[in-house]
Every structure is written in structure tokens, then in C-alpha cells.
Design a protein around this ligand. Structure first.
Ligand code: MF3
Ligand code: CO
Ligand code: CO
Length: 252
């Protein structure tokens, strides 16, 4: 899991500098596909439940599962690139929201606070804690900043399966009462919105969008519950955390 996680992070670090105005999401798909194969892995999204590409690219009002296409990125866009690699029998899943060129202050605030919300969620992870401690922390941070939390898509157990039965809501859900135990691996991947978090779906049955058309951001790590806390698995082998390498996630 550490190797798959590091590979996923390193792929994000590799494609990050290519995310700029004029580049198509199809090109990002190609880069992720090639980088995944070059590491001896398989891009988990490709043909997963019929998904047609090797990565998810979610631009502006797209919440998640955006399908790469021929639209060139424009200055001022925000885009989440969600990479999952299947390597040596297990999956590593991680995503970052990038700024394309110069973005509006409001959008930067959305991106930064979504990153902080994910970190708050991860900080709540420890053995003996209930799963709902994670969503409670994320939701508290979002509320403090006047941001919405998407409820339709949640974090998930991950390992030999891409999505296992363990569910990690990003809002407080008292039913998420499973107690965390050392050795569990799952994702924390909150999607926050500037406006109403209500969600719609394009007729491709993948592209999830905000109903009000306002922007949304997401970050994702795969994590391991350790005997005294939590370990990030989606970190490059030299310790680099992709979001931190791209300054948009770092409060100025
Ligand atoms: N990587 C996404 C997640 O975080 C799942 C993408 S499924 C796909 O769970 F089929 F859309 F690729
Ligand atoms: Co995931
Ligand atoms: Co993902």
C-alpha cells in the first residue's frame, strides 16, 4: 500500500506542472496513463464500472468523476486531477485541485480551505475513534468558512479493492459508528462548495456537478490507521506531498 500510494503521489507530482491554460484534459489523461504504465501499474479508473479514461479531471463546477475530453483548460479554471494506480495487487488513490493560471481570490480560498478541511479530517483519524469523527471535523471546518460539503460522494476503504465496503462520510453522520483500528486503509476526499452542495449528474452518468453551477474543490489522500494515529500513504518516496508542492494549497 505504501508503494502504490507513493506511485500515485509521484504521478500527480509529474503531471502537476503540465496543468496550464491551453492544455486539454485528454492530454492530462494521456500523461497519467503513460506515467502509470511506466511504473508497472494499471490506471484503476480505466474500465472501472465502464469508466472510459485513466484519470478523473473535474473542472470548476464539476464535483468529481469528470471525464477527460478535448476542452482546453482556460486561465482562471480550477481542476481536480484524481489519480488511482493499481500496483502489485493494491490501489493508491489521491487527488489535488490545481489552479490554472491566475484564479479569483474566492476560488483560491475555496481550494485552500478544502485542503485544510481534508487535513482536519485526517487529523481525526486514530485507533479507537469512530469513523464519524472524520466527517465531524471536516464539516466543522467547512461551516466556519461558509463552505458546503457534498454528501453524495464519500471516502472509502481501499486495498486489494478500489472501493471496499467501509464508508467515510465527509459530514457528521452518527451512523458511521465503526471504530477505527490499526491496519485499516481508506481515503479521505472531501468535496467542498462555494454555494449549495446539492449535486446533479450529466447524462454521461459520471460527471457530478453542483446544481447551482458554482465552483467546488476536492483533495484526497489514502491513509493508514497506525497503532497511535495515522500515516499518509499517498506521499512521494522522498516525502513530498503533492498538494504542498503546488502552492495553491498552501495558505499565503
Ligand atoms: N478516484 C475516485 C475516488 O476517489 C474514483 C474514480 S472512479 C472512476 O474514489 F471510475 F470514475 F474513475
Ligand atoms: Co477515492
Ligand atoms: Co480518487
Amino acid at each position: 500500500m505504501r508503494r502504490a500510494g507513493a506511485a500515485a503521489a509521484e504521478i500527480l507530482l509529474e503531471v502537476g506542472p503540465e496543468v496550464c491554460p491551453g492544455v486539454t484534459t485528454d492530454h492530462i489523461d494521456e500523461l497519467v496513463h503513460e506515467a502509470t504504465i511506466a511504473r508497472g501499474g494499471y490506471p484503476s479508473p480505466l474500465n472501472y464500472r465502464g469508466y472510459p479514461k485513466s484519470v478523473c479531471t473535474s473542472v470548476n463546477e464539476v464535483i468529481c468523476h469528470g471525464i477527460p475530453d478535448s476542452r482546453p483548460l482556460a486561465d482562471g479554471d480550477i481542476i481536480n486531477v484524481d489519480v488511482t494506480i493499481y500496483l502489485d495487487g493494491v490501489h493508491g488513490d489521491t487527488s489535488v485541485t490545481f489552479a490554472v493560471g491566475e484564479i479569483a481570490d474566492e476560488d483560491r480560498r475555496l481550494v485552500v480551505e478544502t485542503w485544510v478541511a481534508m487535513c482536519e479530517g485526517i487529523t481525526a483519524v486514530a485507533p479507537g475513534q469512530p469513523v464519524h469523527a472524520i466527517g465531524r471535523s471536516i464539516e466543522r471546518h467547512a461551516r466556519r468558512h461558509g463552505l458546503g460539503v457534498v454528501r453524495e460522494f464519500i471516502g472509502h476503504g481501499i486495498g486489494t479493492e478500489f472501493h471496499s465496503s467501509l464508508q467515510i462520510p465527509h459530514y457528521y453522520d452518527p451512523r458511521a459508528s465503526t471504530i477505527l483500528e490499526a491496519g485499516m486503509t481508506f481515503t479521505v476526499e472531501p468535496m467542498l462548495t462555494l454555494g449549495d452542495p446539492a449535486c446533479g449528474m450529466w447524462n454521461d452518468n459520471w460527471t457530478a456537478v453542483t446544481l447551482d453551477g458554482r465552483r467546488t474543490a476536492q483533495f484526497e489522500h489514502t491513509v493508514l490507521v497506525t497503532k497511535d494515529g495515522v500515516e499518509l500513504l499517498t506521499v512521494a518516496s522522498d516525502g513530498t506531498i503533492p498538494a504542498e508542492a503546488f502552492s495553491v494549497a498552501t495558505p499565503a
